[in-house]
Design a protein around this ligand. Structure first.
Ligand code: XMP
Length: 514
């Protein structure tokens, strides 16, 4: 059976991935493509619907991203959002120009509830607007189906041609009934059946992995992070002992983390696989001796990982497949998917390690967003603490210890971080904050404890709220929680006499300290 698909054509808007995620939340599979994608390719994919994203340009300017009229004439439903809405009007003979009043923020929109887009949506509803241009005249055949005080065309439709244009952003949570509108589009207009469900995905992937792998051997570098853990669980369910996971404990993990990973995947755990734990702590500390420069630390940690992994791979011998935990945002951000590509150096898409003797790469999570990977993890019976683990950088605590890394400093930052995480969870803030951790500054200062003078380290606490980790705000944590954390760290962690809270947003700061 052909997979039901809605495609997002990306015109460079910042919410491109969010649009696709929202469609998938409606249980409809959705992929992102650049607006430069050829029409013949789109026809071949035979999507149930097409969504055009926002973008930073003015559609009437020369050289602005556009699409041929044919896109709107295939009989496939099209929904244009913001720039996508303006472009639809522009291409089909309407008029777009600079708005006399620029709209930005939460704005009340009046909708025509008879429109299939607005079924069960309140007549007046709050939506997120962000535009300089506006549609001053709809294209022939279109009728206006929503407006605001300043925007005569907040939405327009041509139901006969199955074409819909929305000036605001239904994909962002500030648009209170946005999910309803997107769901209306995929169900009422595209007539999707909603067959994208995680339990079905798990079943079909297990089948596909078995078919692809046959009797072959698979090797996976397990980091203990969400993606590689879910991948290990999925592969284990599919092929059991044909899978070998190598878990390198570089001594820069969070407190107890190495043992937790071993408990789940090692002997006596819930998964059937070959699990190899390499305790490389001392080796890493030795390599990092005297190294203070952040990028050098990253490089050494990365290179050492390759060396350790290579040694283990040699012991295992040739394998047929190397499994990688690539997920959909990695694919999109590597420029293989949408248009607003941001290439992150620590993403490893397409880069094949040449130090392992293998024939082929398999990436069973390649189509999934992070929240979907988590759902798969829960389906497979992984514990919640693993599935909802916060992002943790590959170089680990190595980049949360400013200056030289030593075993002693690792102990301090692990213990402080453990206390911080425990108190944040106790205060019920762990689901609200996207990333939080303790770091060890390289600053030592004078303090007094009991009757004694101390000369100890300062721990810095960081907590951020972010959607995409590209920008972030420092989270507001109640003073009382911070004070409890401070008291506990100073009392329980030897070697610390001050605790700082980092207020810096990103930019100008980064989320990590190095
Ligand atoms: P920054 O510090 O760049 O972090 O604001 C953004 C996100 O990326 C993670 N991060 C890394 N992840 N290797 C990784 O695998 C790295 O070298 C690295 N540096 C930062 C960071 O934890 C945050 O989620």
């Amino acid at each position: 059976m052909e997979k039901e698909l809605v495609i997002v054509l990306d015109f460079g808007g910042q919410y491109n991935q969010l649009v696709a995620r929202r469609v998938r939340e409606c249980n409809v599979y959705c992929e992102i493509y650049s607006y430069k994608t050829d029409i013949s390719k789109i026809k071949k994919m035979n999507p149930k619907g097409i969504i055009l994203t926002g973008g930073p340009n003015s559609c009437y300017e020369e050289g602005a991203p556009t699409y041929s009229k044919e896109l709107f004439e295939m009989g496939i439903p099209v929904l244009g959002l913001c720039y996508g809405a303006q472009l639809m009007m522009h291409v089909l003979g309407g008029k777009v120009e600079t708005a006399p009043v620029r709209e930005y923020g939460k704005i009340e929109v009046s909708v025509n509830q008879k429109s299939p887009l607005f079924t069960d949506v309140s007549e007046k509803t709050i939506c997120w607007m962000s535009h300089n241009d506006y549609i001053s005249n709809v294209a022939p055949g279109f009728e206006i189906c929503a407006n605001t005080a300043d925007c005569p065309v907040a939405a327009a439709q041509n139901p006969e041609q199955k074409l819909y244009a929305i000036q605001f952003h239904p994909e962002v949570l500030h648009t209170v009934e946005g999910m309803k509108m997107l769901s209306n589009f995929v169900y009422n207009v595209c007539h999707c059946s909603g067959d994208w469900k995680m339990d079905a995905f798990v079943e079909s992937q297990i089948q596909a992995i078995r078919e692809k792998v046959g009797n072959g051997k698979v090797l996976l570098a397990l980091s203990g992070g969400v993606d590689s853990s879910v991948l290990a669980a999925l592969l284990s369910r599919a092929i059991g002992k044909q899978l070998t996971c190598v878990f390198v404990d570089h001594g820069l993990l969070r407190k107890n983390e190495g043992d937790e990973v071993e408990q789940v995947f090692g002997k006596g755990g819930t998964f059937d696989l070959n699990f190899v734990r390499v305790n490389a702590q001392e080796r890493y500390y030795k390599k990092l001796e005297g190294v203070t420069e952040p990028e050098s630390k990253r490089k050494i940690i990365g290179e050492e990982f390759i060396r350790v992994f290579e040694e283990e791979a040699k012991k295992i011998g040739a394998v047929d497949f190397l499994a990688q935990g690539t997920i959909y945002p990695d694919v999109v951000e590597s420029g293989l998917g949408g248009e607003s590509a941001v290439i992150k150096s620590h993403h490893n898409v397409g880069g094949l390690p040449d130090y392992v003797d293998f024939k082929e790469i398999i990436e069973p999570l390649r189509d999934l967003f992070k929240d979907e990977v988590r759902k798969v993890g829960l389906e497979l019976g992984l514990p919640e603490y693993l599935v909802f683990r916060q992002p943790f950088p590959g170089p680990g605590l190595g980049i949360r210890i400013i200056g030289e890394v030593t075993a002693e400093k690792v102990r301090i930052v692990q213990d402080a971080d453990f206390i911080y995480r425990e108190e944040i969870a106790k205060a019920g803030l762990d689901k609200e904050i996207n990333q939080y951790f303790a770091a060890l500054t390289n600053m030592r200062s004078v303090g007094v404890m009991g009757d004694e003078r101390t000369y100890d380290y300062a721990v810095a606490l960081r907590a951020v709220k972010t959607i995409d980790f590209m920008t972030a705000e420092s989270a507001e944590i109640p003073w009382s929680v911070l004070q409890t954390v401070m008291n506990r760290i100073i009392n329980e962690v030897k070697g610390v006499n001050r605790v700082f809270y980092d207020l810096t947003s990103k930019p100008p700061g980064t989320i990590e300290f190095e």
